[in-house]
Ligand binder design. Structure first.
Ligand code: GTP
Ligand code: MG
Length: 246
């Protein structure tokens, strides 16, 4: 089997696409018939602040960061209907998966997308001004309907951020996995090795996990410097869990 057949990419159908009933259109554009790519994972996600911050970590500190979080968390499109706040997270697999979906998505800015690549998905997006309390325009928010991983390294980080191995059929998993030998719990932003009231169990002995996540958890548990943040591991275990994690 050609290893390039296994290239994977993360796609998010963002809240503006859901609100405007463009889900079917996006799925159709990305269908196996058009792209030759296959689904490897799919879930409806109520996006927590932790997950949003980790997903867009590279933009932390920028003027538009807060509006980007509000957008991906669904707060911008469903301010009064929190139960409607969600995205559809998908993993696609196949030859040149990353490049193919980026090409169909088009440029980040919908205005630019319409000019440079009419017909691409983001050509159907909008750009919304971000104003302060006095109404002065500070920046703009790009409501561009879809996220698609940009590079092989981004795809790996993002797929592992949104999906557990058990969300993906065993023969479609692209990254090394390992079976946990320990219990890991999470409470008040801390990792615990034993259960305490109000803690959530992330992993139990026998559960399959991304090997890189277990390395981070082990490093934190033994007081070493981890290669990634605890939140980047924990966020996916809290997806669609109890509302107190949002
Ligand atoms: P994604 O697929 O959503 O990751 O978009 P992208 O890869 O085309 O762009 P990038 O990862 O650089 O930015 C992520 C998101 O941040 C974009 O979808 C935009 O909504 C927003 N963004 C990025 N750059 C800017 C910017 O310069 N100004 C504003 N207002 N928003 C930006
Ligand atoms: Mg990006």
């Amino acid at each position: 089997m050609d290893p390039r057949e296994f290239e994977q990419t993360l796609v998010l159908i963002k809240p503006d696409a859901l609100k405007n009933s463009l889900t079917g259109y996006v799925l159709s554009q990305l269908s196996e018939f058009h792209t030759g790519l296959r689904f490897a994972g799919a879930k409806i996600v109520h996006v927590s602040r932790m997950l949003a911050e980790e997903h867009y970590a590279e933009h932390r500190g920028k003027v538009f960061f807060q509006s980007l979080l509000d957008y991906i968390m669904g707060c911008s499109h469903y301010p009064d209907e929190p139960w409607k706040r969600r995205v559809i997270a998908l993993v696609y697999q196949g030859h040149h998966a990353i490049q193919k979906i980026r090409a169909i998505s088009g440029p980040t800015n919908p205005h630019e997308a319409r000019v440079k690549k009419p017909g691409c998905i983001r050509a159907l997006g909008t750009v919304v001004p971000i104003k302060d309390a006095a109404g002065t325009v500070l920046d703009e928010r790009m409501d561009n309907l879809i996220h698609a991983s940009a590079t092989v390294a981004d795809a790996e980080r993002e797929i592992k951020l949104w999906f557990k191995p058990s969300d993906i059929p065993p023969l479609m998993r692209a990254y090394p996995t390992e079976i946990s030998q320990e219990h890991y719990y999470f409470k008040e932003n801390k990792l615990l090795l034993q259960h305490e009231p109000e803690s959530v169990c992330l992993l139990a002995p026998g559960n399959v996990a991304w090997a890189s996540d277990l390395a981070v958890l082990r490093a934190i548990a033994s007081g070493k410097t981890p290669s990634a943040t605890l939140q980047s591991v924990v966020a996916k275990y809290l997806i669609n869990e109890d509302v107190r994690y949002y």
